[in-house]
Design a protein around this ligand. Structure first.
Ligand code: HEC
Ligand code: HEC
Length: 196
């Protein structure tokens, strides 16, 4: 009892003696719109990392490598995002990354099936300005009909988590995954503001 009373007094004293800060410091208060814009810069850097943007090109061919060159073998998106007949992604991309001892330049894979977004909804990351990227991410016509909670859930799926475990010889996304998720959630909590 006595300890609780002492603690209450201590907290009250701490509160009254701490000046109210002008804005939310790290970890305090809800994020403001400008905090959201800052957080979005982290999100943008991830979306436009080669591991992510190579499946989110402006055209109908996926891209490869850290220089995001056009995919060899004339591979194209196809009607469902799974490749043209005879050139399906799954012909070369299996259900997991092959073992490291297979060497470099081996097609990576994920359990849910390698594919790119379908043609009706080509969520484009390559060459988009931060503002365009931001508007597109919020637009259900481009994100699979999702609200931002749905987009957040998508970030835990194998196609996305693959970016941090991309197989032998490929650099993972530079931003740590936890930092990316925290930035995305902070951006949403700030009302998902887009940069100018
Ligand atoms: C192998 C190809 C591939 C890679 C690599 C990839 N994506 Fe995607 N992404 C897709 C496909 C396909 C969709 C469309 C939704 C679906 O089919 O699940 C999509 C959709 C999305 C969406 C929109 C939500 C939705 O359901 O449409 C976001 C956000 C996204 N990807 C983020 C990322 C991020 C972040 C990375 C990198 C860490 C990444 N993607 C890497 C294929 C890929
Ligand atoms: C004929 C075989 C083949 C087909 C078909 C194929 N790929 Fe690939 N893909 C490869 C190979 C091989 C690599 C590895 C290249 C390397 O590491 O230099 C690769 C790498 C990739 C990468 C690069 C990953 C990265 O970030 O560097 C993406 C993205 C990709 N493929 C998407 C697709 C999509 C989407 C399809 C179907 C529309 C597809 N591929 C169909 C053989 C294929």
């Amino acid at each position: 009892m006595r300890a609780t009373a002492m603690a209450t007094i201590a907290v009250a004293a701490a509160c009254s003696s701490t000046p109210r800060s002008a804005g939310p410091g790290p970890g305090g208060g809800p994020p403001t719109a400008s905090d959201g814009v800052v957080a979005f810069a982290t999100v943008q850097a991830v979306l436009q990392h080669p591991r992510c943007q190579n499946c989110h090109p402006a055209g109908d061919a996926p891209l490869q490598g850290d220089d995001s060159h056009v995919h060899l073998q004339y591979v194209k998106r196809g009607p469902l995002g799974r490749g043209e007949v005879g050139q399906e992604c799954a012909t070369c991309h299996g259900p997991a990354n092959p073992p490291s001892n297979y060497g470099l330049h081996i097609p990576p894979g994920v359990a849910e099936g390698w594919r790119m977004p379908p043609p009706e909804e080509p969520l484009v990351f390559v060459g988009r300005t931060p503002r365009e990227l931001c508007e597109q991410l919020k637009d259900p016509a481009h994100n699979g009909g999702k609200d931002l909670g749905g987009v957040r859930a998508h970030l835990d799926t194998p196609l996305v988590t693959w970016g941090w475990d991309p197989g032998f010889g490929r650099a993972p996304v530079a931003t740590p995954r936890a930092e990316f998720i925290a930035a995305f959630e902070r951006w949403v909590a700030a009302g998902a503001p887009c940069p100018e």
